[in-house]
Write a protein that binds this ligand. Structure first.
Ligand SMILES: NC(=O)c1ccc[n+]([C@@H]2O[C@H](COP(=O)([O-])OP(=O)(O)OC[C@H]3O[C@@H](n4cnc5c(N)ncnc54)[C@H](O)[C@@H]3O)[C@@H](O)[C@H]2O)c1
Length: 454
């Protein structure tokens, strides 16, 4: 059993704290947000993450986890301290390190015994050295400490599973024995542990996220070509993915990546590359393609409905991906803003993200069910691939909707099946809807597009 302090109780910090508590360690989480602390102290999770609240309650009851705003309390007796504060997108594209700097300073000021500082936040290469310097500046001279980089790879929506079953644990430090102590902390997880130097560990995180984002943009570019040439990107991805050199993951064409990591991390890596004299052409293309994917989705709605002013658009899904309420960089935000700019009235439903979404999009009408969002709609858009959108009652929806038009940004349905239900359906990279456009009074160029495909 170890005493562990976790700085920051966001998606990463709270999951880290709760899971280490569940492994039997004693955890003190420190945060500067009083609202979050109040919720956490009462056993409620401020974020939606499957399984998290149950584990939180269990470990509070067992007195293995507690929450405070005091670094002194958090660090008192701690063997390890994890930094898990946010590193949002800065104005110039670089990661904004103000929270990391503040955390390092507070750690330095509050340390009263030797400790291993573990940086789990995603930080630009070289930040481990910066954290070391800041702590050194503020800590008492007689207290030794070491800094270890331990990038986090969990995915929101399956964060608990990812914590307990990691593909690998990466540790980087200039002090091998400190990295070994952190390795021992993770021993019970039985994962592959890689120990390397600080800068390499920091780069592994950026390179991994940039590579996954690249796969998504790659398949979205292929989708665009498929749509023009009459191929089916879903089948293309299936055919590619069975090649062991390629693998099946992150090959779903759609409206691009979002969330709190890929957009800011690709941009931050691009910034790091550009400011160090490199020419990051691929990273630029990845970002451009991602932006286009959202834009192309909206142009499909315009192509099918014509002028959007006073049209009612139902949106299914707001969170950037299923099983989370995280709205950071969610494609839904750009898509809805664009629809509203064109004069559309947007009704939206999401199983868990409405509260967060309503802070960002106060003029949207939020609905209690997917069916409410579809009522009197001129088109229904599938934006997040929540499971509950995979088995909708299209007969019922057909009765509710003003015009039977579905634009699917996640390729959840087959065009032929939707045609049987009487819908004009347009997915991503799977052909243009071939029928009934005239009946809907569609612009001529869409009819022409459709006849090209038949
Ligand atoms: N969210 C993810 O899926 C994910 C996955 C892997 C890595 N990461 C990385 O992990 C880091 C944290 O991400 P997140 O999504 O958990 O962030 P978050 O914004 O959800 O949480 C950060 C928390 O830190 C707190 N905080 C800020 N400054 C503080 C300070 N000085 N002292 C104490 N607490 C402070 C905030 O109040 C907040 O509760 C980021 O660098 C992110 O890139 C996130």
């Amino acid at each position: 059993m170890k005493n562990i302090c976790v700085i920051g109780t966001g998606y990463v910090g709270l999951v880290t704290g709760v899971c280490f508590a569940d492994l039997g360690h004693i955890i003190t989480c420190v945060d500067i947000d009083p609202k979050k602390l109040e919720l956490l102290q009462s056993g409620k999770s401020p974020i939606y993450e499957p399984g998290l609240e149950e584990l939180l309650e269990r470990n509070i009851r067992a007195e293995r986890i507690s929450f405070t705003d005091s670094y002194t309390v958090g660090l008192d007796n701690a063997d390890f301290v994890f930094i898990t504060v946010g590193t949002p997108m800065g104005d110039d594209g670089a990661a904004d390190l103000r929270y990391v700097r503040a955390a390092a300073r507070s750690i330095g000021e509050s340390l009263s015994k030797p400790i291993v500082v573990i940086d789990k936040s995603t930080v630009p290469v070289g930040t481990g050295d910066l954290v070391t310097e800041i702590i050194k500046e503020h800590v008492r001279d007689d207290i030794p400490f070491a800094v270890v980089s331990n990038p986090e790879f969990l995915r929101e929506g399956s964060a608990m599973r990812d914590f307990f079953n990691p593909d690998r644990i990466v540790l980087g430090s200039s002090r091998y024995e400190a990295a070994e102590q952190v390795a021992a902390l993770h021993e019970t997880l039985g994962a592959t542990i890689m120990i390397t130097d600080l800068r390499t560990a920091e780069m592994i995180k950026y390179a991994s996220n940039a590579f996954l984002a690249t796969r998504i943009s790659f398949v979205n570019e292929i989708a665009q070509i498929c749509e023009k040439l009459g191929a089916d990107v879903k089948e293309v991805a299936r055919g590619m993915g069975t090649d062991k050199r390629i693998g099946p993951h992150f090959l779903d064409a759609g409206i691009g990546y979002g969330g709190s990591c890929f957009p800011k991390d690709v941009l931050a890596l691009h910034h790091m590359a550009a400011t160090s004299g490199c020419h990051p052409q691929l990273l630029q293309a990845v970002m451009d393609i991602n932006k286009d994917a959202r834009y192309r989705f909206v142009t499909k709605v315009e192509a099918l409905l014509g002028d959007l002013s006073d049209k009612v658009i139902g949106v299914l899904g707001l969170a950037f991906k299923p099983n989370t309420d995280d709205m950071r960089e969610a494609p839904s935000v750009d898509i809805i803003a664009h629809l509203q700019e064109q004069g559309a009235h947007v009704k939206a439903y999401d199983p868990v993200a409405i509260e967060r979404a309503s802070e960002l999009m106060p003029t949207v009408t939020f609905c209690a069910t997917a069916y409410d969002a579809a009522k009197e709609a001129d088109a229904l858009l599938i934006v997040t691939e929540w499971n509950e959108f995979k088995q909708l009652d299209w007969g019922r929806l057909r009765e509710f909707m003003r015009t039977p038009v579905v634009v699917d940004g996640r390729n959840l349905y087959e065009q032929q099946d939707m045609a049987k239900h009487g819908f004009v359906y347009w997915g991503v990279g799977r052909g243009v809807p071939p029928m009934r456009l005239e009946e809907l009074g569609q612009p001529e160029y869409v009819q022409a597009l459709a006849s090209d495909q038949t």
